[in-house]
Design a protein around this ligand. Structure first.
Ligand code: ZN
Length: 246
């Protein structure tokens, strides 16, 4: 699919990068991703993917915009309080880039869900859904880009156990529901940090789709918002993992 004059203009700054270029922009156009969660991580992630011209984006969320979301979910306006998040974000993305095929599913993601995207993006805030998504990604041979943020710390990684033999899955890293699991509702989170994590998730998706650089497969990026320090933790496959172990 050749790029139109308008698309060449729109994506010029990506075309100028040797790691992306015209072929990379075409790969983005031909790609489909499923984003689970249209909140604090999903919003910035989706906005950068739409701006980059990712051709088909599917958004899953069953929640509605609440006033307490607006401190971090910058994709929503005050006038949108009470509206469904998945649909509202879809409208925002369509307005940003009318070239794209964007669909929303106003439904909780569970074991009956059948996302269409070739990359699954975990922008959820609960372990049950993370486990479901990880199992699905592994069983269906898809990449899983995952992010999390709580208080002042954030994490991003790419799980590829269904795609390459030596790669760990999410449950190699988090085998079971942590006893100290805490939701943002209970502990708070810095809004700007969720923007960094969501944006970094978009960066990983763009790298995976274009083949640029080195994605965070088998590596966990940890961001400390208070000290501005980042570190990378090596993740290894767990042979006893309930999802990907032998
Ligand atoms: Zn595993």
């Amino acid at each position: 699919m050749a790029l139109s004059a308008e698309q060449l203009d729109r994506h010029k700054r990506h075309i100028l990068l040797k790691e992306i270029g015209g072929p990379g922009v075409q790969k983005l156009q031909g790609a489909s991703v499923s984003l689970i969660g249209a909140g604090a991580l999903g919003g910035p992630c989706a906005m950068y993917l739409a701006a980059a011209g990712v051709g088909a984006i599917e958004i899953w969320d069953d929640d509605a915009v609440d006033r307490s979301n607006l401190q971090r979910q910058v994709q929503f306006a005050d006038a949108e309080i009470g509206y469904p998040k998945a649909e509202t974000l879809t409208q925002r993305l369509r307005a940003q880039n009318p070239d794209l095929e964007i669909r929303f599913v106003h439904q909780r993601f569970d074991d009956r869900a059948a996302p269409r995207g070739s990359i699954l993006i975990d922008a959820t805030d609960n372990f049950e859904t993370r486990f479901e998504l990880n199992r699905l990604a592994h069983q269906s041979g898809r990449l899983l880009v995952s992010g999390a943020a709580s208080r002042w710390s954030g994490q991003v990684s790419v799980y590829a156990s269904g795609v390459q033999a030596d790669a760990p899955c999410y449950q190699c890293f988090v085998p079971e529901l942590p006893p100290e699991a805490e939701a943002c509702d209970d502990v708070g989170v810095v809004g700007a940090l969720t923007g960094i994590v969501g944006t970094h998730m978009a960066l990983e998706v763009i790298k995976l789709l274009t083949g640029a650089g080195k994605p965070l497969i088998g590596r966990l990026l940890m961001i400390d918002g208070l000290t501005s320090e980042t570190r990378i933790l090596k993740l290894r496959p767990n042979p006893d993992c309930s999802v990907c172990g032998e």
